[in-house]
Design a protein around this ligand. Structure first.
Ligand SMILES: Cc1cc2nc3c(=O)[nH]c(=O)nc-3n(C[C@H](O)[C@H](O)[C@H](O)COP(=O)(O)O)c2cc1C
Length: 389
């Protein structure tokens, strides 16, 4: 654990994961679509905003607790849904769920997770959210919704930014396919990480147990992202969302919203919130960075529904900036994935500890005693300031 004790920022975990994982797997996690411009912009955009801190507020250690969909949480953070985590850490889904419970924050299980709804239901004591991809097979989709309800998942997230898989060229180049298979092109990469390869041989390649009914179709050998996308409903629309609304009586969030008019439509469809997200830059390249979409959506919905955010968060101060711009909470993806790949439970736990400490420190330095005190007045849009000068 000596390495973990020498991690001081969440990016350190990316470096450890890169050393531990075969290149095709690391690239599948780290990569984005096409030229990866949106992937890069998701992070860079945080530098567009600078702090204008309040001083001498006398408020002491900040209170990080926040209400997420009406329930108190340890901090305004949620574990983002991620598929294929088992390739980097066999029990990664359960471990992320357990770490989330330790920190009193919700964990989201992906439709394409390596662990079933039932396994998570039995092993994660805290808050569980389930992420649903619209599937062509409506009966299977309805079945997933029923299983999530039966296993104690409290919130359903419908992800709407994957009408087709993004063109992820790292996966094409690396011959990264699902189900897992060795090919002449990728064999050397897997052999170069013998500990990983042995583990995979011992446990067998992870599957997608929530979609096991689709196994015959998904056995087609093709590159990872497109093969998953092939099962999705490419024609999913607002009528489909209305159908899901009827099937799920708990909180329903729509993930992958970047436009105020779409956010407005989710309200009319009876949803309980949106997640401003571009899927971590993995779908439509040269789409705007997620943070740049946030303020306009918050302004449009004007408090009628909570607006969550994800994409590019690597510092506690990034979380604080998203909250200042009106997010009700943020989802964190890759940092936690790298954390669990680098050091299992301890690794993911350390990532959340670092983010929590940085968030607290930022709030104290800005004179914000609670998350509700984080407002737009604490930020200066440097791009706007430069244009005005
Ligand atoms: C490896 C990987 C798998 C993902 N799988 C899913 C998924 O199954 N469903 C989904 O809605 N989003 C998925 N996402 C997107 C994340 O939920 C989230 O939107 C994104 O990772 C946020 O950006 P960040 O990684 O910079 O935090 C995935 C992201 C990664 C990196």
């Amino acid at each position: 654990m000596a390495t973990l004790n020498r991690t001081f920022r969440v990016d350190d975990f990316e470096a450890i994961a890169r050393r531990r994982l075969p290149k095709p797997i690391f690239d599948f996690y780290a990569g984005g679509a096409e030229d990866e411009r949106t992937l890069a912009l998701n992070r860079d955009v945080f530098q567009r905003f600078g702090w204008t801190p309040r001083v001498m507020t006398g408020s002491g250690t900040p209170d990080l607790r926040a209400a997420l969909l009406g329930r108190d949480a340890g901090m305004p953070v949620i574990v983002a849904p991620m598929g294929a985590v088992g390739y980097g850490c066999i029990e990664g889904d359960q471990l992320l769920g357990q770490v989330a419970s330790d920190f009193d924050i919700p964990y989201t299980l992906s439709t394409t997770a390596s662990t079933s709804i039932e396994q998570i239901g039995a092993s994660v004591p805290g808050r569980k959210w389930f992420q649903l991809y619209p599937l062509k097979d409506r009966a299977l989709m309805k079945g997933l919704i029923g299983r999530a309800r039966a296993c104690g998942f409290e919130t359903l997230i419908v992800t709407v930014d994957v009408p087709v898989g993004g063109k992820r060229e790292r996966d094409l180049r690396n011959d990264c396919s699902m189900p897992f298979r060795f090919t002449a092109r990728n064999l050397a990469a897997f052999a170069s990480r013998p500990a990983w390869a042995l583990n995979l041989l011992r446990h067998g390649p992870p599957g997608m147990p929530n979609l096991s009914a689709l196994a015959p179709a998904s056995k087609r050998a093709s590159s990872l992202a497109p093969s998953v996308g092939a099962e999705f409903d490419h024609a999913f629309g607002w009528a489909g969302l209305a159908e899901i609304r009827k099937q799920w009586d708990g909180p329903l969030l729509v993930k992958g919203i970047l436009r105020p008019d779409d956010a407005e439509r989710t309200l009319h469809a009876g949803c309980d919130g949106v997640i401003v997200s571009n899927h971590g830059g993995r779908q439509l390249d040269t789409g705007i960075p997620a943070l740049a979409a946030l303020a306009a959506i918050v302004s449009r919905v004007d408090g009628r529904t909570p607006v969550f955010f994800d994409g590019g968060i690597r510092r506690g101060s990034d979380i604080a900036k998203a909250l200042c711009l009106g997010a009700a909470g943020v989802l964190v993806g890759r940092p936690l994935l790298y954390g669990v790949c680098a050091g299992g439970h301890a690794g993911a736990s350390r990532v959340l500890t670092i983010l929590r400490d940085e968030l607290s420190r930022t709030m104290q330095l800005c004179g914000a005693p609670s998350v509700n005190a984080l407002g737009e007045d604490l930020l200066r849009d440097l791009a706007g300031a430069a244009a005005a000068a």
